[in-house]
Design a protein around this ligand. Structure first.
Ligand SMILES: Nc1ncnc2c1ncn2[C@@H]1O[C@H](COP(=O)(O)OP(=O)(O)O)[C@@H](O)[C@H]1O
Ligand SMILES: [Mg+2]
Length: 311
């Protein structure tokens, strides 16, 4: 088996405040991010996503655990780890006095890339920053700053690109452009790690998903497998006439009468087959004119998992 892009073992982080109070931001996290994957780290605000990213970036010290990036130990092979990772932080921090071109060029210099091998122009083109290339960072809009930060993360052609909530506050058009570009990088072999609390985004982009809640990984699997394990599915029947009462043979199901002659049934696909539900509805004498079945969404899983933990 090829080694994972990132392997995290028993990672914990406790923040200690000045008054001695402790915050267990990460509790024994174990994660493997396969090479070449488009990996989504999902979780509500405060779950611990940025703490993981900041530890990878060397900005935050872990309390316990082991991290390997492309086979290199985060503590002992810092230089190789830095070369392997490109990190786009959640905060839009830039040196306000550099132009876009300078920021990219100096950053490449920081990685020791000789002038002849720098990809400054290529990155400016790829991220549609050409019009702004001679503009100082302080005059860039939020979306442009985000692009510049992505550009900076790419100057050394990292094997793994990590994006911490990259589309917070970014308009739809730019979001689409960004994703097209990141998808291309992924198709060319770059491992992508994305943290987000926009589930639709992860649903659309990611092939591997981990869900973090209160500093713990509560689910980690391929997106397909996660969706397949959804316990709660819903089917809606549109009927030929108004329904006022749930038929006797359907009363053991989780039924709800909706407006416009519709009947909703929630079921657990692991326990009940859809054909059985159809059979019962037909038997009850209700005339079906249409059936609406929605694909399971990441959002449903997320709600199930996070609400269970809170209970
Ligand atoms: N420097 C810090 N000092 C103390 N607590 C922190 C610090 N940074 C983050 N935290 C806390 O750790 C938890 C996880 O934060 P964070 O990793 O930023 O979450 P996320 O990125 O998932 O929103 C939160 O409860 C947050 O308040
Ligand atoms: Mg965060």
């Amino acid at each position: 088996m090829t080694q994972p892009a990132i392997s995290i073992k028993n990672l914990s982080k406790t923040y200690t405040s000045k008054d001695g109070g402790k915050k267990h931001a990460l509790k024994n996290i174990n994660l493997e991010i396969p090479q070449g994957s488009f990996f989504g780290l999902l979780g509500p605000n405060g779950a611990g996503k940025s703490t993981i990213i900041n530890i990878l970036a060397g900005l935050t010290l872990k309390s316990e655990g082991e991290i390997n990036v492309c086979g290199f130990d985060l503590d002992k092979q810092t230089r190789q780890v830095k070369q392997s990772l490109g990190i786009v932080p959640q905060e839009l921090i830039l040196d306000p006095f550099f132009t876009v071109r300078e920021a990219l060029d100096f950053h490449a210099g920081y990685y020791g890339i000789p002038k002849s091998k720098r990809r400054t122009g290529e990155i400016i083109d790829a991220l549609s920053l050409k019009d702004k290339s001679e503009v100082g960072a302080r005059r860039l809009s939020g979306g442009m700053r985000r692009r510049l930060l992505i550009g900076k993360a790419l100057v050394h052609t990292p094997k793994v690109l990590i994006l911490d909530e990259p589309t917070a506050g970014v308009d739809i058009e730019l979001r689409r452009q960004l994703w097209d570009y990141v998808r291309k990088l992924n198709a060319n072999g770059t491992t992508i790690v994305l943290t987000t609390h926009y589930l639709e985004e992860a649903d659309e982009l990611c092939d591997q998903i981990a869900i973090i809640n209160h500093g713990e990984i509560v689910a980690a699997n391929s997106k397909e497998k996660l969706l397949a394990h959804l316990e709660n599915k819903m089917i809606i029947f549109r009927l030929s006439s108004e329904i006022t009462q749930i038929p006797a043979n359907l009363q053991s199901y989780n039924c709800k009468i909706l407006k416009n002659n519709r009947l909703e049934i929630q079921y657990n696909p692991a326990e009940v087959q859809i054909s059985k539900i159809l059979e019962e509805v037909t038997k009850s004498g209700l005339l079906i004119t249409d059936i609406i079945s929605e694909d399971a969404k990441l959002e449903d899983i997320f709600m199930q998992i996070t609400s269970k933990k809170a209970a």
